[in-house]
Design a protein around this ligand. Structure first.
Ligand SMILES: [Zn+2]
Length: 217
């Protein structure tokens, strides 16, 4: 059966109201919603159909949350979270769950990040590292860049003797389409300072996070 579709397909958007979000203003959300409505129309769906009439609004609101990392206030994030301590052994925070969006396909990639550093004279509060990972994950990203950004940010912030970041993630753009390798996971690493220069430091970190191989060998 051929379905009759109204020619003024965007009528559904008119009754939607938008509010300013963290990243997207009300005006930007409206533009996103219009674009989603256009996509729905282009793929043969009636955007005014009851079941999907609110989809453009939902997607616009969702992007505001998924991209909130762009607006993370770094001063607030780190507020009073740096401590002077006489501790110079390795600090490791492992298996930090994250969700990000591949900028090539705008599909999710997700997994976990493990972060280690060797303090000079400062340490950062434990709860801040997962928030820092989120700050870089909740953007349009590529995994390699996200890994590097986390490492560089920590290095500049606490000037440690070294930083290590290992990220393992599944990419829906690889699992659902293209090569369709559902179980393939990508591992990226950034090793700075002592973690780059000293294989035994790196080895200790890799042992802590349960990794089976040295990323630089
Ligand atoms: Zn992709």
């Amino acid at each position: 059966m051929i379905e009759e579709r109204p020619t003024t397909a965007r009528g559904g958007l008119k009754q939607l109201t938008f509010e300013d979000g963290l990243v997207l203003s009300a005006e930007c959300k409206e533009v996103v919603a219009e674009a989603i409505s256009t996509i729905l129309d282009a793929i043969g769906q009636d955007p005014a159909r009851d079941d999907i009439a609110s989809t453009p609004l939902r997607v616009a609101r969702m992007y505001d949350e998924l991209l909130s990392g762009y607006m993370t206030d770094q001063v607030e994030l780190l507020n009073d979270a740096l401590f002077d301590v006489e501790y110079d052994e390795m600090v490791v925070v492992k298996d930090i769950d994250f969700y990000s969006m591949c900028e090539h396909h705008m599909l999710p990639f997700y997994g976990h990040a493990s972060v280690g550093y060797l303090p000079n004279d400062k340490v950062i509060g434990l709860s801040k590292i997962p928030r820092l990972v989120d700050m870089f994950a909740r953007r349009l990203q590529v995994q390699e860049r996200m890994t590097q950004q986390i490492a560089t940010f920590l290095e500049e912030l606490i000037k440690p003797r070294g930083v290590a970041v290992v990220v393992e993630a599944s990419h829906l753009c690889a699992a659902m389409r293209g090569v369709k390798k559902q179980r393939t996971r990508m591992v990226t690493s950034a090793m700075l300072g002592a973690f780059r220069d000293n294989p035994s430091t790196r080895g200790e970190f890799m042992m802590h996070i349960g990794a089976s191989s040295d990323p630089l060998l």
